[in-house]
Design a protein around this ligand. Sequence first.
Ligand SMILES: NC(=O)c1ccc[n+]([C@@H]2O[C@H](COP(=O)([O-])OP(=O)(O)OC[C@H]3O[C@@H](n4cnc5c(N)ncnc54)[C@H](OP(=O)(O)O)[C@@H]3O)[C@@H](O)[C@H]2O)c1
Length: 314
Amino acid sequence: MAHPLQTTRLDGAAGAEGLPPVLIVGASGFVGGHTLRHLRGLGWRVVGTRSRGSGPDLRAFDLARDRLRHMVDDLMGDAGRPAHVVICAAMAQPDLCFRERDLSYQVNVVGTIRLIEDAVALGARPLYMTSGFAYDGLAGYYADDEPRWPINEYGRHKVEVEEYCAVNQPGMLLYRLDKVMGDDPAENHMFSEWYRWHLEGKPIICIADQLFSPTHVGDVARAIRIGCERNLGGVYNIANPEFFTREELARQFFRILGKQARIICKTQEELNFVDLRPEKTYLDSSRFQRDAGFRFTSVRETIQTFIENMKRTP
Ligand SMILES: NC(=O)c1ccc[n+]([C@@H]2O[C@H](COP(=O)([O-])OP(=O)(O)OC[C@H]3O[C@@H](n4cnc5c(N)ncnc54)[C@H](OP(=O)(O)O)[C@@H]3O)[C@@H](O)[C@H]2O)c1
């Protein structure tokens, strides 16, 4: 049976002159920050929020406490009421979700659902970011509409919001992301972390047996823009069709960089995680590629841009 959110609306594309106001909740984060800069660079009116982080002109908004319906005009100011509310905010570290269960549930589930409801009540279209951690990771290559079996606290939060949306917000847009990477050595992501470890003479520690789709953060930002422009609906996997084990990705990263690195694989038990990680989270994004005419940036392209940016960084 088709998932109730598997409806695609490709009508209603915004004209260049009619760019609608957008609110990005969680714009101090990796995905939200890139999306904010991408949309603003194209002339969109975008307001972004932060909670504890910082960022020029970001407005404070805490999912555990704040109600969009009470503060929308203060938040949006001259930009006007949002047509789209892009939800990039989350407590997204699995172990933190486990350790701070009450707070993370309040933020990732209660506050997020409340935000979705407020956005809809205000006439805006919410866009929610879910995760490949919605799956148990035994099979991998998950389609957009496959049944989900999370194995950790963070994944259960994502699935609870997905299920709420399926029942209560049919036609709402959800993007399921896998591992998001960048090409800027100055930002925090897996490549910059590996590079820093290498400069510090440390080995590159990889979780054994993980298989994922390393997806360029700029691709996620572009996909979010397309989702807003075309008023897409339903659940879409947004993931690079290439997939790697963590160890293989590390080998390719240092091979293309032309550096020798010591790569060590460790099991989850050896790494002392407090909550489980699913092993195979790579996703089948062919439906989005087809519907949106989208090409994902390859890992090689991302690493090559990383090298160019590295040369510019003192
Ligand atoms: N990055 C990935 O590889 C990946 C993979 C799959 C899914 N996702 C999902 O994609 C979304 C964006 O991920 P990301 O990598 O950009 O995460 P991130 O860099 O950790 O950013 C998280 C954002 O959430 C905000 N936030 C945290 N607690 C909040 C609270 N109580 N109230 C309001 N905002 C709060 C943070 O604000 P402050 O920093 O200001 O506190 C930050 O802006 C998340 O839903 C994540 O689960 C990410």
